[in-house]
Design a protein around this ligand. Structure first.
Ligand code: PLP
Length: 432
């Protein structure tokens, strides 16, 4: 494929909502943490395909299981015949999800359709009309999930009607202007403003939250926020739902981001890396809620045996290869090196993250904190030219998102930081 053909892909393929540039390459193969283009150029992937390749690309154990599975039972529809892999996967997901109450699992194909399950089911089964979510959140592209989202990419669509959006406690850009008491400001806003005006708690079915707001800018809330949110939901009998589609399945150094606070939400949504690249998502929730909503939201192929075996094997690999421990240890190492990089560039306004979910926010200068969106795109593009794939997120498009495969080594992290350093240096010297 020549350069012109590749560049014209941008005109032919519908451009995506986050305005991420198509890079002039076509991937020919992928193994571990690396992608290779048709010319044989290898790229270190700091995105893992938007956090899908948690165990890396092309794991031989997954390849083996897929072939075996397809030859044994290629398909059954869970609408009528449950198949043993799907049942085994449901059991495993229940086992790794905290909460001493009885749980059940719903299966879908994407983070979006799983969040649509939340959107459709909760008001129905709880017989309450409202849902609460957060500004800046990204829950997907389908009508229900985009209605739950508070990301600017979703603002132009109709929907949103019964979903009230709250400010997310962003320590770097505090929504109420002060960094002190961020948690109590948001909690008291919910109780004293929201619940007393447009969103009475007795008519609120559920509150959905990302433990780390990822597409919103890789924002880690203050440590006391999520525990206080759980207490608030318990006080008012509102279901607490965690969207773990991007940061779940071990990325933060524990199975789920809320495990860092020992929480037990009423429902957890997973997708992306669950299937190691195969399309499968799930909602793990209180049994009585999913039972009450039985048949409300179903797809012919969800939970199919091939995707289910991929997810089961993926979980076994995460456990046996100690990849969650690796995410914790190497994530801390990555963060430390990025903190050091921050000392050298005034444009790096903030570095934050947990495990291998890390954000680097670029600003015009530290005092004004004006988002440096163009510089962020330029740094990512320069990194691509230097052999590394890394993209940006955030409501201001100025946060470099680092979500590599959990297999990434310290040597690869050293390389990644040196490429980022070079890209920033080139920008500083007006070489890009
Ligand atoms: N939820 C979160 C937190 C996400 O980050 C995403 C995708 O980026 C989704 C849901 C939607 O997932 P999908 O693209 O698989 O529909």
């Amino acid at each position: 494929m020549n350069q012109d053909t590749l560049l014209s892909i941008e005109d032919k393929v519908i451009s995506n909502a986050l305005k991420i540039r198509f890079y002039p390459m076509a991937v020919a193969s992928a193994h571990g943490t690396r992608l290779m283009d048709e010319a044989g150029v290898s790229y270190l992937d700091l995105s893992a395909g938007w956090a899908v390749a948690g165990i890396g690309y092309g794991h031989p154990r997954i390849a083996h299981q897929l072939k075996k599975q397809y030859e044994t039972i290629s398909f059954t529809s869970q609408l009528t015949i449950p198949e043993k892999n799907m049942v085994g996967l449901a059991q495993k997901l229940i086992e790794i999800t905290p909460g001493s109450f009885e749980k059940k699992v719903w299966f879908g194909h994407s983070g979006s359709d799983a969040n649509d399950c939340v959107y459709k089911l909760w008001p129905l089964v709880r017989n309450r009309s409202r849902l609460v979510s957060f500004m800046g959140s990204y829950h997907g592209q389908t009508m229900g999930s985009l209605s739950l989202s508070g990301h600017p990419a979703q603002a132009k669509f109709i929907g949103h009607g019964n979903v009230v959006k709250l400010p997310y406690p962003n320590p770097y850009r505090p929504p109420f202007g002060e960094t002190q008491a961020l948690t109590s400001q948001v909690i008291s806003y919910i109780e004293n403003e929201l619940f007393r005006t447009i969103c009475p708690p007795e008519d609120t079915a559920g509150l959905i939250v990302e433990g780390i707001q990822s597409d919103g800018g890789l924002i880690v809330p203050p440590d006391d926020f999520l525990p206080e949110l759980q207490k608030l939901c318990q006080r008012y009998d509102i279901s607490l739902i965690f969207d773990e589609v991007k940061v779940g399945m071990g990325r933060t150094g524990k199975w789920f981001s809320f495990d860092h606070y020992n929480l037990a939400p009423d429902a957890v949504v997973v997708g992306k890396s669950l299937g190691a690249g195969l399309p499968i998502s799930a909602v793990i929730a209180r049994k009585e809620l999913l039972d009450a909503g039985f048949g409300v939201h179903m797809f012919t192929a969800s939970g199919n045996p091939v995707c289910s075996i991929a997810a089961l094997e993926n979980i076994a690999i995460l456990e046996e290869e100690r990849l969650i421990e690796n995410a914790a240890e190497n994530g801390a190492y990555f963060l430390k090196l990025l903190e050091e990089l921050k000392q050298r560039y005034e444009w790096i306004g903030d570095v934050r993250g947990r495990g291998l979910a890390i954000g680097v926010e670029l600003v015009e200068d530290r005092s004004s904190k004006i988002p440096a969106a163009e510089k962020t795109a330029a740094v990512c593009y320069r990194a691509f030219e230097l052999g590394m794939l890394v993209f940006y997120v955030g409501i201001h498009s100025n946060v470099i998102e680092i979500t590599p495969p959990l297999t990434i080594s310290k040597q690869e992290i050293d390389l990644a930081v040196s490429i980022l350093d070079q890209a920033l240096k080139d920008l500083e010297n007006n070489n890009i």
